[in-house]
Write a protein that binds this ligand. Structure first.
Ligand code: SF4
Length: 70
């Protein structure tokens, strides 16, 4: 596990925003369950660091944490 995707609790609400995040990620790291946003744990390492999720979400809501040094 080299990448951790973290959602700041309480920052993602509303079906439109959840849907947008599910759609924007090219490697399916986000999923929706009854209106809630889920992180698909096993897909996190596929993250391409494209930042599309960060741009789609309110500031500070999504964090992509690199668990390694460059
Ligand atoms: S940075 Fe890109 S690949 Fe990584 S979780 Fe966000 S949208 Fe998905």
């Amino acid at each position: 596990m080299f990448i951790k995707v973290r959602i700041t609790p309480g920052t993602i609400s509303g079906r439109d925003l959840v849907k947008k995040l599910v759609e924007v990620c090219p490697v399916d790291i986000f999923a929706e369950d009854e209106g809630d946003l889920l992180i698909v744990e096993e897909n996190q390492d596929e993250c391409t660091l494209c930042n599309l999720c960060i741009e789609a979400a309110p500031e500070g809501a999504v964090q992509i944490i690199k668990l390694y040094e460059d």
